[in-house]
Design a protein around this ligand. Structure first.
Ligand SMILES: [Zn+2]
Length: 475
């Protein structure tokens, strides 16, 4: 086994109008959901935070003593049931599926496997694929939940091959895990096969090099007197900030930065505030609103100054606002307040359910911190001739410029590695869309906006163990 470096280190206003447009876009998302009936069955810490409250990995993984270990040689077997193969033509039933949990709280890469039916059953045949951990997921259509993911597949003939993408929702603990997939032919003779899943966790939990400093002092609704609500926001801020390098920006003296703050009635009237104390990094005022649109927003401050490094201006902003609709997201059902990775599946952020506070905060923070017309390079990408954000890394990874719609969203973009919808396209990936995540595309976009990113190796995993000597054993 070895890590394969799939890329070298990933070095990675008009403002009210933009915010209003953004609201319409989100509204369209959940309206469309009523039309597209998809069986979606389908969380966060950082670095500088204590480990999440979940049980240790070994405990969560369930019994794995019977599973082959991810070292030594791979037992030879001759399965009677469905066989699972990787892209290199290796049988995975005993070898296992090797997933990577990348460093930081980012959408993880999928692994594509091929399923072959046993030839001596009746066709067409259907089969059920299940995972035994709530953070595992398959490509759509599939379901997720507390008991793990489930997906139904059909084999029309004995030579049918079904490909499935598999991935794991990120956690923050840096511990490898072992889970299991089961594959059973539907009907009287299931010929059930169990395939181990090895999760290679690359979380390093390094100290933050730059900060998104959350300031709740402008909240006049009382919403953020709730410690759980504050914790969700601070977690989302640290998750974004984890990927930032130290750009050597100068500290901002007290009273030197002015930030526009919407009044509690939403996107109607605003006031300006000056920072009360010296800070370093990006200052994000986070406060509640109760607006007629029943939606939240986020923006870089149109009143502020660019940050400086050794006195020279950078093409960025140094403050912004995140205004959170306290009653809910396009409804008044309230919020799911949760940062636990294992319960990432609780809300799909649709119209008739409590939405996930982390997801919406994560999104609006993305606007405030870079994906907004207030950022010169982002505005140029929206309005210029380039038809989107451009950089060599984006071209290499995404295949060309990253298109931005009028709502400052990467509408239509699915992150290649993870299959998850990129920023602003969160409902539309090919994997289950529940709690929203930073994608590698989003990080490359932040770099194109002007941020320096922490070097992170986005590795894949290659299991090059040999097969053991001896005759194959049946299963
Ligand atoms: Zn948006």
């Amino acid at each position: 086994m070895r890590l394969t470096q799939s890329s070298s280190a990933a070095l990675f206003s008009l403002f009210a109008r933009s915010a209003a447009a953004h609201g319409r876009q989100l509204a369209r998302h959940w309206t469309a959901e009523g039309i597209v009936a998809v069986a979606l069955c389908l969380s966060v810490s950082a670095s500088c935070r204590p480990k999440s409250r979940g049980a240790p990995a070994a405990e969560r993984s369930g019994p794995s003593a019977a599973a082959p270990q991810a070292r030594g040689c791979v037992p030879r077997i001759s399965p009677r049931g469905i066989t699972v193969w990787d892209a290199d033509g290796r049988l995975l039933n005993a070898r296992g599926v090797h997933l990577v949990d990348w460093d930081g709280f980012v959408a993880n890469p999928t692994v594509t496997v091929s399923l072959h039916p046993p030839p001596d059953i009746g066709f067409p045949a259907t089969a059920t694929l299940r995972g035994d951990h709530p953070r595992l997921y398959f490509d759509l259509p599939s379901t997720v939940g507390e008991g793990g993911p489930e997906k139904h597949v059909r084999f029309w003939t004995a030579s049918s091959v079904v490909t499935v993408r598999v991935a794991i929702f990120p956690d923050r603990d840096g511990e490898d895990e072992v889970h299991r997939l089961t594959l059973a032919v539907d009907g009287d003779e299931s010929r059930s096969e169990t395939v181990p899943v090895f999760v290679h966790d690359q979380d390093r939990n390094l100290p933050l090099l730059s900060r998104i400093v959350v300031d709740f002092s402008q909240d006049r609704t009382g919403f953020f007197s709730n410690a759980e609500a504050r914790r969700v926001v601070e977690q989302a801020a640290d998750d974004w900030a984890y990927f930032l390098a130290d750009m050597g920006t100068d500290a901002v003296p007290a009273k030197d930065e002015s930030t526009m703050i919407w009044n509690p009635d939403g996107f109607v009237s605003a006031r300006d505030v000056d920072n009360s104390a010296t800070y370093s990094g990006f200052l994000l005022y986070t406060y509640g609103i109760r607006g007629v649109e029943v939606r939240s927003g986020g923006e870089g401050s149109p009143r502020g100054k660019p940050p400086t490094a050794a006195g020279a201006s950078l093409p960025l902003l140094r403050s912004g606002g995140l205004e959170l609709e306290v009653r809910g997201n396009f409804n008044t059902l309230g919020w799911v307040m949760d940062t636990e990775p294992d319960t990432w599946w609780r809300s799909a952020n649709r119209g008739r359910e409590q939405n996930d506070l982390y997801s919406i905060v994560h999104h609006e923070m993305g606007h405030a911190h870079g994906f907004d017309r207030g950022y010169p390079r982002f505005r140029a990408a929206m309005e210029g001739d380039a038809k989107g954000l451009t950089s060599k890394d984006l071209a290499d990874y995404h295949g060309g410029p990253l298109a931005i719609d009028s709502h400052a969203h990467f509408d239509g973009t699915i992150d290649p590695a993870s299959g998850v919808g990129a920023f602003g396209y969160e409902y539309h990936g090919v994997m289950p869309a529940r709690r929203w995540l930073i994608t590698r595309t989003d990080l490359l976009a932040l770099a194109a906006v002007g941020y320096a990113l922490r070097p992170i190796a986005f590795d894949s995993w290659s299991d090059d163990r040999p097969e053991c000597d001896g005759a194959p054993t049946g299963r």
